[in-house]
Design a binder for this molecule. Structure first.
Ligand SMILES: N[C@@H]1[C@@H](O)[C@H](O)[C@@H](COP(=O)(O)O)O[C@@H]1O
Length: 247
């Protein structure tokens, strides 16, 4: 796994947007894997600027990593709504080009199987963007998640619910469960770009990049992938040794 430390979050966003734009230019029907949280927001803004400057995304499809159980696209806190607002609409993607697990289906296990199938039917993810949970989670794969896991319903760790409470009016509104792509699902992507900014991610980045590859830090499984890169700012990389900062 490659680690690239860039000077600041804006530089990181531009560098990652360039990388994704190059992939889309080379393959206009690129299937992107998209993440929620604060970390990718600058990247989505930088990509939207490239679309405004002429990057053609009319054939791009996108698959979200995860969704809360019980929240549908009409709920502003759902990842479906968040990704429409932050990613799909600014890039001018058709609504149908963004796929998000359906956490409102009565049969959630079937919804998970259908989501795995939809990714396969689209030809798999070409470029997967991911953030890091402060506890090392990847998508909503909490510590303990196996490397070969597929899309499934998971219980969220209390730390994850607390970290994500800022997006809700009240902490108790944060759902207890989510549908998440599994680690195995994510590792099937042809390339993976994981991003981290800020000191709150330093421990997770250090564990993922230089700790043991095991379920205690699901993000460490990225090291099993042949084409995974981590972009971090100096704060997020501060628990690692001997770094070359670029950008
Ligand atoms: N399910 C998402 C993760 O996919 C994301 O990586 C994490 C980090 O969020 P942030 O970038 O806001 O720190 O948030 C949520 O838990």
């Amino acid at each position: 796994m490659e680690l690239i430390v860039v000077t600041d979050p804006d530089t990181l966003a531009e560098a990652v947007a360039d990388r994704i734009a190059r992939a889309i230019t080379a393959r206009p029907q690129t299937v992107l894997g998209v993440a929620t949280g604060s970390s990718p927001l600058g990247i989505y803004r930088a990509l939207a600027a490239r679309v405004a400057a002429g990057l053609d995304v009319s054939r791009v499809q996108a698959f979200a990593l995860d969704e809360y159980v019980g929240l549908g696209p009409d709920d502003p806190q759902s990842y479906a709504a968040t990704l429409q607002d932050a990613f799909a609409r600014p890039l001018g993607l058709r609504t149908s080009a963004l796929h998000v697990p359906d956490g409102t289906r009565p049969d959630l296990d079937q919804a998970c199987r259908d989501y795995e199938r939809a990714i396969l039917d689209a030809g798999g993810v070409d470029v997967q963007l991911a953030g890091f949970g402060a506890n090392g989670h990847l998508a909503f794969n909490e510590p303990g998640s196996p490397a070969d896991s597929t899309t499934r319903v998971v219980e969220l760790a209390e730390r994850t619910r607390a970290d994500n409470a800022r997006f809700f009016d009240r902490p108790e509104q944060v759902p207890h469960r989510a549908i998440t792509q599994g680690i195995g699902t994510i590792l099937r992507a042809r390339s993976i770009i994981a991003v981290a900014t800020g000191a709150a991610k330093a421990e997770a980045v250090a564990a993922a990049v230089s700790g043991p590859i095991d379920t205690a830090c699901p993000a460490s499984f990225l090291r099993l992938h042949p084409d995974a890169v981590v972009y971090a700012d100096p704060a997020a990389a501060s628990r690692l040794e001997s770094l070359d900062v670029v950008g």
